[in-house]
Design a protein around this ligand. Structure first.
Ligand SMILES: Cc1cc2nc3c(=O)[nH]c(=O)nc-3n(C[C@H](O)[C@H](O)[C@H](O)COP(=O)(O)OP(=O)(O)OC[C@H]3O[C@@H](n4cnc5c(N)ncnc54)[C@H](O)[C@@H]3O)c2cc1C
Length: 288
């Protein structure tokens, strides 16, 4: 059986999983890291067949009925996507790595950057959102990663292979992951990222500073745009570009729901998911 992996258990991911599983030809696993946008909706009153239901209830119903069909759900945080020698996707989570024959990214809309003075102005001039893409430019230099969880640690570990020092800046939040010994941690709140033409330092709320050449942003969970950018998916702003079959520019990698833009509503996410599921069935049966 071919293996389809879906990142995201919101309406897009679960709809795709239903079609894939019901084809009877594919092994389907859905990975998700807790709550979706849907679960945050207090009440859904504009979706077909529902008078009023909390987003959380609708999400739970969707997931429970999918589980009854035999779809596997894994609770884990995806921190990276890579490819094997045959160019099949490998999904790296904070718990394990999984190989897929086809992958669907249904991770919802991407997160915004934190509001820190100087951060957006210095984007591309020392502020980066992708360690694997930009670590090369910071060889033997001091860098920091803004974040406090598994995703930040993953980025810091990539940088630690080539940079002189790596410091995690939690920006006043509590660490939620174990930090390896070679990585320092500063818990203070960040006031600004400073530099004239490129990043030179970070200033904290007690006016102390850290001299760095690079600031990598890895807050919370890796968002759809973060992962997309790292594997070279074409983007339109912060939305993943897909063709009429919900396939990205990388064969075998599909995207659906809020992460592809358009109407950010449950109905569109369900439609996208169904379309992606059907296209993935065809892709999997056509491929070796
Ligand atoms: C407050 C609020 C109210 C809303 N009200 C309505 C409404 O009334 N009607 C309506 O139609 N729509 C409403 N929406 C919009 C609707 O919820 C979204 O359009 C819909 O949920 C999008 O579905 P999705 O599957 O694309 O993404 P999401 O529902 O956001 O699901 C994304 C999934 O990806 C997972 N994920 C993300 N990153 C990772 C990672 N790194 N590792 C593992 N898993 C990851 C998440 O855990 C989640 O399971 C509302 C949204 C919000 C926030």
């Amino acid at each position: 059986m071919k293996k389809a992996i879906i990142i995201g258990s919101g309406p897009a991911g679960v709809s795709a999983a239903l079609y894939l599983k019901r084809s009877g030809k594919n092994d389907v696993t859905v990975i998700s890291n807790g709550k979706s946008a849907l679960a945050k909706a207090e009440k859904i009153e504009n979706y077909y067949g529902i008078e009023a239901m909390s987003g959380e209830e609708l999400e739970t119903q969707g997931i429970e009925s999918a589980k009854k069909l035999g779809i596997d759900f894994i609770n884990a945080q995806v921190v990276a996507i890579t490819f094997d020698d045959l160019f099949k996707p490998i999904i790296e989570t904070n718990k394990e790595s999984l190989r897929a024959d086809a992958l669907l990214i249904a991770m919802g809309a991407s997160r915004k950057s934190p509001r820190i003075t100087g951060l957006s102005e210095l984007e591309g001039k020392g502020v980066s959102y992708c360690a694997i893409c930009d670590a090369f430019f910071y060889q033997n230099k001091d860098v920091c990663v803004i974040g406090n969880g598994d995703y930040a640690i993953h980025e810091a570990q990539i940088l630690a292979q080539t940079s002189k020092t790596v410091t995690i800046l939690t920006n006043g939040t509590e660490l939620t992951a174990e930090v390896p010994e070679n990585i320092k941690v500063i818990n203070k709140k960040i006031l600004s990222v400073d530099g004239t033409n490129c990043v030179e330092s970070v200033t904290f709320d007690d006016r102390s500073t850290l001299t760095v050449s690079g600031v990598f942003v890895a807050i919370g969970v890796a968002g759809s745009t973060d992962l997309a950018r790292k594997i070279g998916l074409e983007l339109d702003g912060n939305k993943i570009k897909v063709d009429e079959n919900m396939m990205t520019n990388i064969p075998g990698v599909f995207a659906a729901g809020d992460c592809t833009g358009g109407l950010l509503q449950v109905s569109k996410a369900v439609y996208d998911g169904a379309s992606a599921g059907l296209a993935m069935i065809k892709y999997l049966s056509d491929s070796q």
